[in-house]
Design a protein around this ligand. Structure first.
Ligand SMILES: Cc1ncc(COP(=O)(O)O)c(C=O)c1O
Length: 405
């Protein structure tokens, strides 16, 4: 059962909040702040263990290798993967999705189809678009005013030529949480691979790749208290074994001749070159921190704060809030527009009040086109956000309206 967390207590673990005392950081969907344990883990690696992995026959290199591999194991456990062979470290969720699209793309041919949704972040659109050069067709499943995907449309869009269904688990604009298990099932029933963009879901709720039965899951450490520059690609072992590497070079090979090479075992076959070892170790600390809080409790806190924010924001006149009004259907991500004001002006004025939100297209232009807007304001919450910050946000929006209108 979920337990109430204390965001004020949690804030004490984040050095930035003792420096920036006035800051209401509400841009967590873009990136999250880092607790001291994550900063220390990364710093300590460089201060005490810095060496390249999988190469040195000396103690600190062996220790670095062990720590790096443990980070894979911890990540595997966190998402319910079968072991570290199913966890590839990349630079970010974007790169993880590029690995999948790039590698699977090599096997696709003209007439094959990839099904996406209109809720995708650009990083789950643009890599697939590149396959159009080979004659691969893209199809899109839409969503309704309530921010929910039309699951019947999946049945209509997916056909005998569908090879991949790639979709966002939770929208970075609407906050909608999609039924990933259901979509993976539809994909598999039609012989297609299911790729899940978990960049927004994995940081905020329990995600189990085996229960979901996805073939791939992409996410980023920096959106879940971890360092920037480290991303994760989970892949089912049998899928990864079949897949061609994406990047080629050192560490991903078993042997190299003048004209040919053979590949290393998993996951190293997909990790070419020197990896971000410190980032992986920092990420491992972030997972530990989140596990101490408990992912169920993270979700409960965000549901509470989202429910409160939806209620308070609806009380402000002239505000259009996008997506479901039910906090249970969504993450702590709320996009809105203030009638007559450009989101950039709103964000700039909120900044004057010490409130950080996102304004713009949120890297989801097809989604915004469906909403009929070019830009939105977006407030997004995490474990350290409080209802007082929501009150400050609402008050500041009121102030914006009085100054700018
Ligand atoms: C839903 C979604 N997918 C993918 C990404 C890309 O993440 P990154 O920039 O860490 O690669 C984001 C980032 O905002 C996102 O919100």
């Amino acid at each position: 059962m979920a337990v109430k967390i204390n965001p004020k207590r949690i804030r004490k673990d984040f050095p930035i909040f003792s420096r920036e005392r006035k800051l209401a950081y509400l841009d967590n969907a873009a990136t999250t702040q880092k607790p001291k344990c994550v900063i220390d883990a990364e710093k300590n690696f460089y201060g005490s263990t810095n060496a390249n992995v999988h190469r040195g026959l000396y103690k600190i290199s062996e220790r670095a290798t062990e720590m790096y591999e443990k980070a894979h194991e911890k990540t595997a456990e966190f998402v319910g993967a079968g072991g570290m062979q199913e966890i590839i470290f990349t630079r970010n969720a974007t790169e993880s999705l590029n690995v999948v699209a790039g590698s699977i793309g090599k096997t696709l041919k003209a007439g094959d189809e990839v099904v996406l949704t209109l809720m995708e972040h650009h990083s789950n659109i643009v890599p697939w678009q590149q396959l159009q050069r080979k004659g691969v067709k893209l199809r899109y499943v839409g969503f309704g005013k309530d921010g929910k995907l039309d699951y019947n449309e999946f049945e209509q869009c997916i056909g005998k030529n569908t090879k991949v269904v790639s979709f966002v688990h939770a929208s970075n604009v609407l906050g909608s949480i999609n039924d990933a298990k259901k979509i993976c099932k539809i994909a598999h029933e039609n012989g297609a691979i299911a790729v899940v963009d978990g960049a927004q879901s994995v940081p905020h709720m329990e995600v189990d790749v085996k229960k979901m039965d996805c073939d791939f899951l992409a996410f980023s450490a920096h959106k879940m208290l971890g360092p920037m520059g480290i991303g994760i690609l989970y892949g089912k072992e049998e899928a990864l074994l079949k897949m061609e590497p994406f990047l080629y070079g050192g560490d991903m090979i078993k042997s190299v001749g003048k004209f040919e090479a053979s590949w290393n075992t998993l996951p190293w076959k997909f990790e070419a070159g020197t990896p971000n070892v410190a980032g992986a170790i920092g990420f491992s600390a972030a997972i530990g921190y989140l596990e101490n809080i408990g992912m169920q409790n993270v979700r409960k806190h965000e549901e509470e704060i989202t429910e409160y924010a939806l209620r308070k924001l609806s009380e402000i006149g002239g505000l259009e809030i996008y997506g479901s009004r039910n906090a249970q259907d969504r993450l702590g991500v709320i996009s809105f527009n203030v009638e007559g004001l450009h989101p950039h002006d709103v964000a700039a004025l909120l900044d004057e009040e010490g409130i950080a939100i996102r304004a713009g297209h949120a890297c989801a232009q097809p989604l915004l086109a469906q909403l009929g807007v070019n830009a939105v304001c977006r407030a997004s919450f995490y474990v350290y956000n409080t209802k007082e910050e929501v009150d400050r946000l609402c008050k500041a929006i009121g102030k914006c309206k009085s100054i700018l209108m």
